[in-house]
Ligand binder design. Structure first.
Ligand SMILES: Cc1cc2nc3c(=O)[nH]c(=O)nc-3n(C[C@H](O)[C@H](O)[C@H](O)COP(=O)(O)OP(=O)(O)OC[C@H]3O[C@@H](n4cnc5c(N)ncnc54)[C@H](O)[C@@H]3O)c2cc1C
Length: 262
């Protein structure tokens, strides 16, 4: 019985040896939320997979989010205003995923009651109708009802809120989650499914065969040693660093990313 099946932590050396100079069906660069999702997806299809990150797992954007598991209430507003079926489908999918996350990992994702203060006479019916549609679309995936709150209720919920200029407020439910722990749980699940993961390992070069990316050269930032990894498919899930990796693949690339911070 090896250390993986007994769930004993591997030594760093064993982890490096399990990946260095090996070949996988899928190699994922970037162990944030996107990379962890691709890792689990590949493994659940019976493919061999490895995931690496130059920092710790989830140390990028995926531990710095607002930590909401939202069904996309503002996309719903855009879907209606722009008559955009794509955004409507996005909301439907997000509502379904929201429920799934809360169901699968109740210790890491839970319902959150949100309150929005509203000004003006049209505000309240506008939000009431919008959130009514949101509740309706949630169907059996609803996690709590939305409702109108009067000024007294707003004051009770948020004592510091200046309510003089408000007409009231609306309360509704979305989810909240521990983004970093959620992602790390996904990586751990992948390892239990036979996947390989290595943090503090930076890709410095992409290797190509007949013009196609077939692997990487990377550096273990702890030992400073370099090694290659080969893969049938190399997936770039480096979030804000996406263009950097694309430039490694093709120096004549066109930038895709416009990064921002919140
Ligand atoms: C301010 C803000 C608030 C947000 N709020 C929410 C929210 O409430 N709810 C929600 O669901 N989403 C939210 N998001 C969106 C969500 O956080 C991101 O969509 C998600 O974290 C992106 O994950 P990622 O894996 O694509 O990127 P990242 O998490 O950034 O992962 C990329 C990884 O690639 C690694 N990497 C880069 N270059 C290399 C290299 N050369 N070699 C090896 N590894 C490399 C990095 O170290 C990093 O860990 C928010 C985003 C922002 C910016």
């Amino acid at each position: 019985m090896n250390s993986q099946t007994t769930h004993q932590p591997w030594s760093r050396k064993e982890q490096v040896n399990s990946i260095a100079n090996k070949e996988f069906d899928v190699l994922i660069i970037g162990a944030g939320a996107s990379g962890a999702g691709v890792f689990l997806d590949a493994l659940s299809r019976g493919l061999s997979a490895a995931i690496i990150d130059k920092q710790d797992y989830m140390a990028g954007t995926s531990s710095r989010s607002t930590k909401l598991v939202h069904g996309g209430v503002r996309y719903l507003e855009q879907a209606v205003k722009e008559l955009n079926i794509g955004k409507y489908q996005l909301v439907k999918e997000a509502l379904s995923e929201r429920k799934r996350m809360l169901y699968m990992a109740p210790h890491l994702a839970w319902p959150l009651n949100l309150v929005t203060p509203v000004k003006g006479i049209i505000g309240l019916p506008y939000f009431r109708i919008g959130l009514g549609v949101y509740d309706f679309l949630s169907g059996s995936e609803k996690i709590g009802p939305s409702k109108i709150e009067n000024k007294a209720a707003l004051k009770r919920i948020c004592p510091d809120l200046e309510t003089k200029s408000l007409t009231g407020g609306v309360s509704y439910y979305d989810g909240q989650f521990d983004d970093a722990r959620f992602g790390i749980s996904m990586i751990r699940t992948g390892i239990e499914m036979g996947g390989h993961a290595l943090n503090y390992t930076e890709v410095s070069q992409l290797t190509k065969t007949a013009g196609k990316v077939t692997g990487v050269t990377c550096k273990d930032l702890q030992s400073q040693s370099s090694f290659d990894i080969k893969a049938k498919v190399v997936v770039n899930t480096t979030g804000p660093w996406t263009d950097h990796l694309r430039e490694m693949a093709n120096p004549d690339f066109k930038k895709m990313m416009t990064v921002s911070s919140g």
